[in-house]
Design a protein around this ligand. Structure first.
Ligand code: HEM
Length: 321
């Protein structure tokens, strides 16, 4: 074969190797019912605790800056795991419980076959669907990581006060672009945030403004009632979308147009010229948002995956085999 052609082939294989090894039918022979087993668990869990849906989608995101279920590993005396990083302490227990329950149900039928990382990917898709969001086919074949470090989560994940510049830079390090950023942020159309994630926007924004001027004043006064400047309940959470907090819809973008984005990184998407156009589009065309979200979730679900013989198929998602 021509040398240049061979080189080109090698480069192509290397660049696309991790996602190329994921496939929709990965468990077709080894665990053909995996999707229906996980769906059953998602349904039951959602009936019991509807907050599990948003919580699990967030868990997937926090895992997926390297989708290998390293986020579900527990700390050991020798190692502080990702889940104990400050940024992950607010990941809800119901999300971890959903993964544990789904994995247990899958293990009962196909022991040692399906990774925790794939269980989390399927669960996430199912929860988005159950709350009215888009459906997509989940590519599978991820293997579970054996390393989980709190410092990695702190270094990799974006902060609530990030500007669009910082968000774009952070997403780019994972191969995600502006469209991915705006569409994935739309996951903040459901679920909740703790007061400490946005209270600086209400009380001590800057030397010239006590309140973030991009925030609607009626929205701010509602938030102040639940999140007082002093003596508030640190466990209290506020919905990202107060009207439909359990629905996956495009209300997030409509809220941004009205200055009702909850955390800085949300409202910034409307303040910044580069992302504003897309926010406007998604606020008007729900289906365009759904399509972009499904594509971006597929892309995010392939970041840093372990395939082939790397990693392992964990038996218990909270510890390595
Ligand atoms: C763009 C950068 C992002 C930032 C700065 C960010 C930040 C946050 C913050 C501060 C919270 C509230 C945490 C708490 O106080 O409990 C939150 C919640 C949440 N995030 Fe994000 N996030 C981002 C992107 C994403 C992405 C890409 C997804 C998923 C695709 C996502 C899904 C969620 C969900 C569903 C919740 C609600 C969780 C619950 O109700 O338990 N976020 N995020």
């Amino acid at each position: 074969m021509d040398k240049t052609l061979l080189l080109l082939l090698v480069i192509t294989v290397c660049v696309s190797s991790s996602s190329a090894q994921l496939s929709v039918g990965f468990y077709g022979r080894s665990c053909p019912r995996v999707e229906s087993i996980v769906k059953r668990v998602a349904l039951d869990k959602f009936k019991q605790a509807p907050t599990s849906a948003a919580a699990t989608v967030r868990l997937f995101f926090h895992d997926c800056f390297g989708c290998d279920a390293s986020v579900t590993l527990a700390s050991t005396p020798a190692n502080r795991a990702e889940k104990d990083a400050d940024i992950n302490k607010s990941l809800a227990g119901d999300a971890f419980d959903s993964v544990m329950k789904a994995k247990k149900a899958v293990e009962a039928e196909c022991p040692g076959v399906v990774s925790c990382a794939d269980v989390l990917a399927i669960l996430t898709r199912d929860f988005v669907g159950l709350t009215g969001g888009p459906a997509w086919q989940v590519k599978k074949g991820r293997r579970d990581g054996r390393i989980s470090r709190a410092e990695a989560a702190t270094a990799n994940l974006p902060g609530a006060e990030f500007s669009v510049n910082q968000l774009l830079k952070n997403f780019a390090t994972k191969g995600l672009n502006l469209v991915d950023l705006v569409s994935l942020s739309g996951a903040h159309t459901f679920g909740f945030a703790h007061c400490d994630q946005f209270s600086s926007r209400l009380y001590n924004f800057s030397s010239s403004n006590r309140m973030d001027p991009t925030m609607s004043s009626s929205f701010a006064s509602d938030l102040k009632k639940s999140c007082p400047i002093r003596g508030g309940n640190p466990n209290l959470v506020e919905p990202f979308d107060p009207v439909t907090p359990f629905e996956f819809d495009n209300a997030y973008y409509k809220n941004l147009l009205a200055g009702r984005g909850l955390v800085t990184s949300d409202q910034e998407l409307y303040s910044d010229r580069r992302t504003r156009k897309l926010v406007r589009l998604f606020s008007k065309k729900r289906q365009r948002f759904f399509n972009a979200f499904a594509d971006a979730m597929d892309k995010m679900g392939s970041i840093g995956v372990k395939t082939g013989t790397s990693g392992e198929i964990r038996r218990d998602c909270s510890r390595i085999n």
